[in-house]
Ligand binder design. Structure first.
Ligand code: SF4
Length: 97
């Protein structure tokens, strides 16, 4: 049976920008905007998924716009580990412990 993934409740969107991804191992992408320094490599790696807002902070645009390897590369490119990836059980895929 496919688990229905939902966004955690009561997370302020101005601090955590997150979206659910359909299918695959990565089911939720979240950017901790309190950590983001606007460096931008996530946008360069996956511009369909991440963009910078007028405050120069990253947010999730379309989590389904590219493949999982590209999303993972984008998360790994963040110098402050502001991007987290979760599986269908809400277990953290990246960053690894
Ligand atoms: S790579 Fe990290 S610090 Fe840079 S814009 Fe993306 S989330 Fe922010």
């Amino acid at each position: 049976m496919t688990k229905i993934v939902s966004l955690p409740a009561n997370v302020p969107e101005n601090i955590i920008s997150q979206k659910i991804r359909a299918g695959g191992q990565i089911c939720r992408i979240a950017v901790d905007r309190s950590k983001c320094i606007g460096a931008g490599p996530c946008v360069a790696a996956a511009p369909g998924v991440f963009q910078l807002d007028e405050e120069n902070l990253a947010y999730v645009v379309d989590p389904n716009s590219t493949d999982e390897d590209t999303i993972r590369l984008a998360a790994e490119s963040c110098p402050v580990l502001a991007i987290s990836l979760y599986d269908e059980n809400d277990k953290t895929i990246f960053p690894e412990d």
